[in-house]
Write a protein that binds this ligand. Structure first.
Ligand code: MV4
Length: 447
């Protein structure tokens, strides 16, 4: 096992990783920008290194600064968390070049996952259902027109290097399509450095369901079931739950096994998530694979009892998966609300500033992952999530009830937060019925 791990991230995920390391008796190194000097992750780690100014490009995205920090502290491994460099194949490669273990998949797997056209191809080869669409980057008008004839409108144009909702456009009429393709290519080139775009049939009002994978370096891959992340707004997830309220155990097993096949096909190790859309008739379609720990991993931890970050570290150290698929079972229902410093009454605009009073909820079945405390100053340079409230209960109605109780107990003074929004969702009749899809917030709450 590693003696020392550097955590290349900030905020609640840095704290989460430090906790997992300390439970494994691993010494920790925090890195921080000038804006995070007083942050909780800096206090909790055994050592801390300042890696640059607040602007992410010069600190948390600064590869030479991170590799140097790992070298001077004699760290044997780097955990990238999520966001920042977590899906940067070049960073994973640089870690390896400098003799540091990257706690995540290989740079080759990250590259594959980052190429959506390639990932779709591999998925369909192993029998994972993919959304009907084009198998190659779009090149000429004839090809586009033929594809639209086959698929029918509406279609969606996606950047092969995009993901998480970035670089997508829905097309409703065939007259506009060539203009939109051209614009999408230019945008993709500017945003991602690769201009490839492809077409898919547009799925209306789908549920967003993702399967958690764990893999070791000996080719063993297991799945830990799914999370329903349909409650989101402008591609920002707001509430996630496990299990998905409408999935049968037969479907879980079928899609789980297909996800495992895909994991094996891309030589996965560590943790990853396979994302699907589920249409109104219950059909599943693969959309992308995310080779990282995700924000919402805690709900899977609650229902399976498995510490995913601990597993990531063990697996990166070359240990075997101790659990077989038959050993995995799911208990109860877990739900997560992301508490953001945003004003839900004003289009969720950021509400940065200093916290005055702060009190996290507690009690049975409640977990709060956060770096907030009274007086904490929320830097405007980074994302606005200040806490994740995660609850676990025997049934979904009990989980909803426990979440409402927790959010009412929580005190966050000094900034606007998404708490009132969450309380509205938790009392919404459609949500209570488990009737959610990616248009829920817009359609049912009029946001
Ligand atoms: C789609 C889609 C409908 N049809 N693809 C958005 C995030 C990215 N991972 C894929 N996304 C979508 N792809 C087809 N063919 C609708 C979405 C989508 C969405 C997906 C998941 C969660 C929230 C979403 C919100 C709007 C659109």
């Amino acid at each position: 096992m590693f003696r020392k791990v550097l955590v290349a991230n900030r905020g609640e995920i840095a704290v989460r990783i430090i906790r997992a390391c300390h439970e494994l008796d691993i010494s920790t190194v925090a890195v921080y920008s000038e804006a995070d000097r007083e942050s909780l992750h800096v206090h909790m780690a055994d050592e801390a290194v300042c890696i640059g100014p607040a602007v992410p490009a010069r600190s948390y995205l600064n590869i030479p600064a991170l590799i140097s920090a790992a070298k001077v502290t004699a760290s044997e491994a780097i955990h990238p968390g999520y966001g920042f460099l977590a899906e940067n194949a070049y960073f994973a490669k640089m870690c390896t070049t400098y003799g540091i273990t990257f706690i995540g998949p290989t740079s080759r797997t990250i590259e594959l996952a980052g190429n959506k056209i390639e990932a779709r191809h591999i998925a369909s080869q192993v029998g994972v259902p993919v959304i009907p669409g084009t198998e190659f980057p779009l090149v000429d008008e004839y090809q586009v027109k033929e594809a639209v004839k086959q698929l029918g409108l509406p279609v969606i144009i996606k950047a092969s290097a995009g993901g998480g909702g970035r670089g997508m456009r829905v097309v409703h009429t065939s007259e506009e399509i060539m203009d939109i393709v051209a614009r999408a290519q230019t945008e993709a080139e500017n945003a991602f450095g690769r201009k490839d775009v492809y077409l898919e049939k547009y799925i209306e009002e789908p549920r967003h369901i993702e399967f958690q994978l764990l893999a070791d370096s000996f080719g063993q891959v297991i799945h830990l079931g799914e999370r329903d992340c349909s409650v989101q707004r402008r591609h920002q997830k707001l509430i996630e739950e496990a299990p998905c309220p409408v999935l049968t155990s037969e479907m879980r097993q079928e899609i789980g096994e297909l996800s495992v096949k895909l994991g094996k096909a891309i030589n996965l190790r560590s943790a990853a998530t396979v994302e699907y859309l589920m249409d109104k008739t219950g059909n599943f379609y693969f959309i992308e694979i995310n080779p990282r720990i995700q924000v919402e991993h805690g709900i899977t931890e609650f229902v399976t009892g498995i510490d995913l970050v601990r597993e990531q570290i063990r697996l990166a150290a070359g240990e075997r998966l101790e659990l077989k698929q038959e050993d995995i079972s799911w208990v109860g229902c877990a739900m997560e609300c992301r508490i953001n410093a945003e004003d839900p009454d004003h289009d969720f605009r950021p509400s940065p500033g200093s916290l005055k009073n702060y009190l996290a909820p507690g009690g049975p079945g409640v977990r709060v992952d956060s770096v907030a405390c009274p007086g904490y100053n929320i830097p405007f340079h980074y994302d606005s999530m200040i806490a994740k409230v995660i609850v676990h209960a025997r049934t979904r109605p009990e989980a909803i009830n426990r979440m409402k109780r927790s959010l009412k107990e929580m005190v966050v003074d000094g900034v606007k937060t998404t708490i009132p929004f969450h309380l509205r969702v938790l009392s919404n009749a459609f949500f209570i019925q488990g009737e959610v899809n990616t248009n829920f917030v817009q359609r049912r709450l009029g946001e």
